[in-house]
Design a protein around this ligand. Structure first.
Ligand SMILES: Cc1cc2nc3c(=O)[nH]c(=O)nc-3n(C[C@H](O)[C@H](O)[C@H](O)COP(=O)(O)OP(=O)(O)OC[C@H]3O[C@@H](n4cnc5c(N)ncnc54)[C@H](O)[C@@H]3O)c2cc1C
Length: 216
């Protein structure tokens, strides 16, 4: 798919030129992120729960304990809204009103499906893990039958999707440009720190390259 068709529900209304529907933009945002917020309604009460995700092709995978209320509820096929946000900077204007944030975000609407087939579930967990840390899956012990049973995996197809992107500096009112106030952008980014070895690390176990070279 190269373009998601905007629907009445995914049409960006405020500053519509910031709305993006091309798959490349959507996938790039989803691939840089690994935390989303999952919105769903139970008995008239909306919940928005933060969780990890992985994307492969036109599918977003969610996972967690089989006891999770979120996953149990979503596996019944109720409507879900998944939001992903990347913050790129604080946009500091001369007026309070024109302050803003540079961001890239995606909103996905749909219904998730339970991944039941054990082989498919294992593959989804591999894809989920590799989305968050490429290279990890081949090194770790894979889930055994019991662990697989205790884990719920949901697949959410990317069908009704929008992205919204803000870039650039502040846009002030003409008369405010003469104010002696610093204006511009304070870029913000997530950076990795130095790996902290576990206290029970087997002696001589080196930090793998995929960790030292980690970037998103
Ligand atoms: C960055 C991040 C990544 C995560 N990744 C995963 C994941 O991949 N899989 C997974 O299952 N869980 C993940 N979690 C935890 C997730 O947010 C839920 O806490 C978890 O799914 C437990 O769900 P539950 O069904 O027990 O909670 P629920 O029964 O849905 O929650 C009951 C109540 O607990 C409170 N609550 C639940 N979670 C949170 C929270 N995170 N923060 C504050 N209050 C909360 C809310 O008030 C909620 O209404 C992640 C959390 C974070 C912040």
């Amino acid at each position: 798919m190269s373009e998601f068709a905007p629907t009445e529900r995914t049409q960006v209304k405020r500053l519509p030129k910031r709305g993006k529907y091309d798959a490349e933009t959507v996938y790039k945002i989803l691939d840089e992120a690994f935390v989303c917020h999952v919105g769903f309604v139970v008995d008239g009460q909306p919940f928005v729960i933060p969780t990890n995700f992985g994307r492969v092709g036109d599918t977003v995978y969610l996972h967690g304990s089989a006891a999770s209320r979120m996953l149990r509820t979503l596996s019944e096929g109720i409507p879900v809204c998944v939001t992903v946000t990347l913050v790129d900077g604080l946009v500091l204007a001369r007026s309070a009103f024109h302050h803003s944030v540079n961001y890239r975000s995606v909103v996905i609407l749909g219904t998730a499906k339970l991944v039941e087939d054990p082989a498919e579930k294992m593959e989804a967990l591999r894809l989920f893990t590799e989305h968050i840390m490429k290279g990890r899956w081949d090194e770790i012990r894979w889930p055994n039958e019991q662990e697989l049973k205790g884990t719920t995996v949901l697949a959410l197809p990317l069908e009704e999707v929008s992205a919204k992107v803000r870039v650039g500096g502040p846009i002030d009112d003409e008369e405010d440009y003469s104010l002696p106030v610093w204006a511009g952008v304070l870029p913000l980014s997530q950076t990795k720190g130095t790996p902290l070895p576990d206290t029970r690390l087997k002696e001589g176990t080196a930090v793998p390259q995929y960790i030292t070279n980690y970037s998103r």
